[in-house]
Every structure is written in C-alpha cells, then in structure tokens.
Write a protein of this length. Structure first.
Lengths: 263, 247
C-alpha cells in the first residue's frame, strides 16, 4: 500500500513537472520586459502610431510582405479605437464597453456586435467568436506581463540595438507555437518600439512585425473617440461568426447549382 | 494526329500533392499578437484538422502534365467535359482565415488588371485556345479573351470552359453543395482534365468581388452585382467578404 502511494506521488509529480515547465528566461530579459509591461499596465490611457507588416507565403513558396499603418487609442479598462489602413484597405474598430463596431471605409459598410464589459474579454470574444485579429493587442491587455509570459519556454537578452531610431534592449522568446522578439527603448521610459512574431510552425515561417513610431501617454483621449458614428451613406451589414460556414442564412441553391450526386 | 502538352500549374501540383498527403497547404492561422496566437483554435481550425480535410483531387497522380489530343487545323474544344464527380464532403475547414491583405495580394496577379470589355492588340504569351459552346476563346492565367475585328477583347469567364489549372491566387470555397474554387472572379469545379467554370453557387462566400462589380441597393440593403450575379457583403474575421445570393 505504501508502495502504491509512493508510486502515485511520483507519477503526479512527473505529470505536474511536465505540464508546468518552468520558463528559462535570462534575468536581464525578464527585468527589461517586466519594466516595459509594468509601464504599460500603469497607463490609464495611451495611443500609438505604428506600422505593421505581415508576411504571406504563396503557393509557389514566395514570401511577400504587406504593410499597414495603424493608430490605436486605449483607455483602460474598456475602450478601444483602432484604424488599420493602406491605399487598398481601411478598417476602423470601435469598442465602447458594450459593443464592437467594424467599419470598412473602402466599401463604406459597417457591422456591430455586443461585447463583454472589459477589453480583455472583448479581445478574446472577438478573436474566438468572430475571428477578429487585433494586431499588437498585447499592449492593451490589463496585465501585459502575465499575457506575454503565459506560454514562454525560453527568453534571451541580446543587448542594445537600434530600432525605430532609438537605442533598444533586444529580447527574444520562444514558445511551442511561435517565437517572438521585442525591442524595448533604453532609458526612463521603457517603451516597446519593435515587435516580431515568427509563426515557426506555418509553411514558409511567415512573420508579423510591428514598428511603433509614436507613443502618447499624455494627451487625454475624448470619449467621442470610442463612440462609433456611421459615416454618410454607410450601410450596416451582418457580422458572421468565425466558425459559421459560408452559406448559412442564405437561400438554398437551385437550378444549375443543385447538389451533385456523390460517387 | 498532333499532340499538345499542357503543363499543370503549380496550384494543381500542390493540390495533387495535398490530396496525396504530400504537402501542407498554407494554414494561415497566424495572429498579430501573442494573445491571439495563444488562444485555442476554434472548432476545426487546427492546422492538422485542416490538412486532414483538404479536398481530394480526382486526377491521375504521379504525373505533372497531361496530354490532350487536339486537331491541328482547328481549335476545337481542347478539354473534354466529363460529368462532374466532385464528392460532397460537408463543410470544409480548409478555407483560410480572412486577412485584410488579401486585397493587396490579389493585385499581384496578372488577371487583377483585366476587366471584361478591355481590348488588346495581342494575346499574352502562353495563352491556351479553348472552345466553349462552339465559340473560340483564349485563356491565360485567369483571363479569357475573344477575337474581335480590332484585336482581342477580355470577356467574362464563359460557363463550361475547362482550363488546365486554377487561376493564380484561387481560394477554395465550401458550400452546402461541396467544395469549389474561386479565382479571378470565376467559380470552378474540379474535373479530371482541369477545372471547369461553373455558375456562381448560391451561398458561396469569397474574399473579393469579380472585376467590374458595381454596388446596388435593393430594399434598403447593399449588394454588388457582376454579370447578373448578386453578392451580399458580410463581415467575417473583421474584413468584408461577399456571399453569392438571390436577393
């Protein structure tokens, strides 16, 4: 009986150890990232002006990088306004603590859905239920440190390096699903200036890059910034859930598009 | 009798390989934040599940080209049109997640600059002659042309045309009727000898409109119309996509 209890305890320990792998993070990397995250978490509101790059690997294996400008205003704990734009695409997001509205400026159509009462919950709901990706939303969560470290395996510190014209601490972290790097401005304001996610398990290993040109922690953000007002002529359209299959809610095909016989 | 050799496109080769389980199709699940990447994927969106559900390709495997007999003196229909035998597999999870850069991506393809009604002095090098319903057409990388007295005019993809490979940048589209493909503004179904242009299947959702689509308002709703087909805009994944409807 004692043996069984001992064996059980050992098994439990093994499972626990396996499931809760302690991250191996360089102390300097931890210190820099903690400072950056704490600085962000303590800011009641802020805005950024950034550029984001996304890589796409096509069927030929060719990697192409597409860029967008991005402006984002955050007021904790439940306000967000973001505009992600290029000459071909212009999308604006408003979250006012109750609903999320997405405007496609190019087509002048918008869609709104109810959301939870906090930004953290809304980020997850928008992602899980509607497939909405808020780039660099890690800056806006209530606890950036816990969010960043949630699945980290290793973290390293590479010293100072220039990024966006600032002398920055260069950190690199690994996870099972992604690797990510971050450049944190040296000095009294530990501002994040550059951020890269490497999707190492995806074909072609595409990367996401965020480059933050400007941070503003001082200018008060008007409440109107977070309130959606439809532009002239804008039409409301449905928002489909991410898991919804194309064809749901539309008439059944007829004529030439009747279901085919199966083999 | 002369023979012509038509090389299958890389897309076709990849689909063949995917059907055989040889390659991973792009999962495109990447998110622009640590938080987004760390969330569990919604139902059926894991890469493995996508791959396991990738549509099979009903074509001879192990070859990278196909031979089609064509009478030399006339351009009769190059490809036979056997019965469609697309297997209904239920909703596919293979469709990629919607990205706002899809709009940029398609601008890099040859067909993106071609709209129905444009007139050209010459056909692009590498065109394929086809015949549909007794009428001669010319095809190149998603664009269809017909001979005019003053040159070659770009035309709407003719229903029934069979081409050796999907237009570049094509996307799979799942509907209650099965999996189709959408490329350069036309819908295709797979055939043993290529891909056949079909009428737009109601309920199909695509990431961009056919070239030349115009916005129309019906009963207080906004639609887009192209060649008599209506597309209803809906928001999916934070971007506007378009569903074929009968308003």
């Amino acid at each position: 009986m004692k043996f069984l209890a001992w064996a059980g305890a050992v098994s439990l320990l093994a499972v626990t150890t396996d499931a809760q792998t302690v991250p191996r993070v360089d102390p300097q990397a931890e210190r820099v990232l903690r400072a950056a995250c704490q600085y962000l978490a303590e800011a009641p509101y802020f805005s950024i002006n950034a550029e984001i790059w996304r890589e796409h690997v096509n069927e030929e294996g060719e990697k192409v990088q597409f860029s967008r400008s991005m402006e984002m205003e955050i007021r904790r704990p439940n306000r967000l306004h973001a505009e992600i734009a290029s000459p071909h695409s212009d999308r604006v997001f408003w979250y006012d603590g109750k609903s999320l509205t997405v405007l496609d400026r190019k087509q002048n159509v918008f869609s709104s859905v109810n959301m939870p009462a906090t930004l953290d919950e809304t980020i997850d709901t928008a992602r899980d239920q509607f497939g909405i990706d808020f780039p660099m939303i890690d800056l806006a969560v209530s606890d950036p440190w816990t969010n960043a470290m949630a699945k980290v395996i290793t973290g390293r510190y590479f010293g100072l390096a220039p990024a966006m014209g600032f002398n920055c601490h260069h950190l690199a972290f690994t996870q099972e699903n992604i690797d990510w790097q971050i450049w944190v401005q040296d000095g009294p304001q530990p501002l994040i200036r550059k951020f890269i996610i490497t999707h190492k398990n995806e074909p072609g290993v595409p990367e996401f890059t965020g480059l933050i040109r400007e941070w503003d922690f001082n200018s008060r953000i008007s409440a109107n910034t977070f309130a959606f007002q439809a532009p002239p002529g804008a039409m409301k359209i449905q928002m489909h859930g991410d898991a919804a299959q194309p064809g749901e809610g539309v008439p059944r095909p007829t004529g030439a598009t009747e279901p085919r016989s199966t083999r | 009798m002369p023979m012509i050799r038509i090389k299958l496109g890389r897309w076709t080769a990849i689909l063949l390989a995917a059907g055989a389980g040889l390659v991973c199709l792009p999962a495109q699940a990447q998110w622009g934040s640590i938080r987004g990447n760390n969330r569990a994927e919604p139902r059926g969106n894991s890469q493995g599940e996508r791959m396991s559900r990738a549509p099979e390709v009903h074509a001879e495997r192990g070859r990278n080209e196909t031979r089609v007999e064509v009478p030399h003196e006339e351009h009769r229909e190059v490809f036979s049109r056997p019965e469609v035998h697309e297997e209904h597999r239920g909703p596919s999870e293979w469709e990629h997640r919607r990205f706002d850069f899809d709009e940029d991506r398609r601008r890099g393809y040859f067909w993106s600059g071609i709209a129905s009604g444009m007139l050209y002095n010459a056909l692009p090098s590498g065109y394929v002659p086809i015949t549909v319903g007794g009428s001669p057409y010319y095809y190149y990388d998603g664009a269809y042309y017909q001979r005019e007295p003053s040159g070659y005019m770009a035309v709407t993809p003719p229903i029934g045309a069979v081409v050796p490979a999907l237009p570049p940048g094509s996307e799979p589209v799942s509907t209650p009727q099965g999996v189709f493909y959408y490329g350069a503004g036309a819908f295709y179904v797979q055939q043993p000898q290529g891909f056949q242009v079909i009428p737009p299947p109601l309920g199909a959702t695509v990431s961009y409109l056919p070239p030349g689509a115009t916005q129309v308002y019906l009963r207080g709703m906004v639609y887009y119309q192209a060649a008599g087909v209506y597309f209803m805009p809906v928001m999916q994944g934070g971007v506007t996509v378009y569903t074929v409807v009968q308003p």
